[in-house]
Design a protein around this ligand. Structure first.
Ligand code: HEC
Ligand code: HEC
Length: 194
């Protein structure tokens, strides 16, 4: 590669990088945090109609492809009648506990929901520390549902039909076809960490 070419490439890279930095600064000043160009603090909505949630009962709906590998699946059925979700009254568990799921043809809770990933806290020389190595996956099989996960809708949300036109340019790339419809996070939890 000759010197002029290297110089041109470096210049392009440099100016490109400078341009991006300026753009993100402007966006931050405008209160915009993503690509939707909507004002974060505004009450104005781009929706022209009420979003329409699934009216199908569990057992009548069809599951949706995972948004990406090991993403929490979207809820395809209606949730009316199952809310609010309380720690001592969780209707989602009626059908999704592994021993109940086959009867309802529901996807059983995955193994991660029966596991605690919280490390033990220890005291050493008056300091409280996590009893784990850097990058170590601490995993305790509970043999029961981990009630720290009780609030299903913190991670699983129902899908709605909306009229707003924001194209989805994200194209998930699953490593296997199974991962489109089932999770295997328990097996993969340490992947890329160590
Ligand atoms: C009466 C049984 C029943 C109840 C109660 C129930 N579900 Fe379901 N759920 C199902 C069935 C059956 C499916 C599979 C889709 C279908 O057949 O409608 C499903 C599908 C799902 C899926 C998608 C799973 C996948 O593999 O893509 C999620 C997520 C889910 N439900 C979460 C919930 C949450 C959260 C609640 C509580 C708010 C809940 N469900 C309450 C029976 C139930
Ligand atoms: C802290 C976030 C979180 C909470 C809370 C949570 N889930 Fe999940 N859920 C996930 C994630 C992430 C996955 C996919 C990866 C995995 O854990 O296996 C998942 C997967 C699932 C699956 C698909 C299992 C499979 O084999 O494909 C079902 C069904 C499910 N969750 C139901 C529930 C129900 C019902 C509750 C409430 C009792 C709940 N989840 C609470 C994050 C959560």
């Amino acid at each position: 590669m000759n010197k002029t070419l290297i110089c041109m490439i470096s210049f392009a890279l440099l100016t490109g990088a400078c341009g991006d930095a300026r753009k993100s600064e402007e966006s931050a000043q405008n209160g915009q945090v993503d690509l939707s160009h909507e004002m974060l603090m505004s009450d104005e909505s781009p929706l022209t109609e009420m979003p329409e949630y699934s009216k199908q009962r569990p057992g009548e709906s069809a599951t949706l492809d995972r948004s990406f590998e090991n993403a929490p699946p979207l809820i395809p059925h209606r949730v009316s009648g199952f809310l609010p979700i309380k720690i001592d009254d969780n209707k989602c568990l009626w059908c999704h506990m592994p021993e109940k799921a086959p009867e309802f043809k529901a996807t059983p809770l995955p193994a991660t929901h029966m596991t605690s990933y919280r490390p033990v806290i220890i005291e050493k020389d008056g300091k409280y520390l996590v009893d784990a190595e850097e990058g170590e996956v601490v995993e305790k099989d509970l043999g029961r549902f981990n009630s720290a996960m009780f609030n299903c809708s913190q991670c699983h949300v129902p899908q709605a039909q909306i009229t707003v036109e924001i194209p989805n340019v994200f194209d998930p790339d699953y490593r296997g076809t199974k991962e489109k419809s089932r999770s295997n996070l328990k097996k993969k939890m340490g992947e890329g960490v160590k």
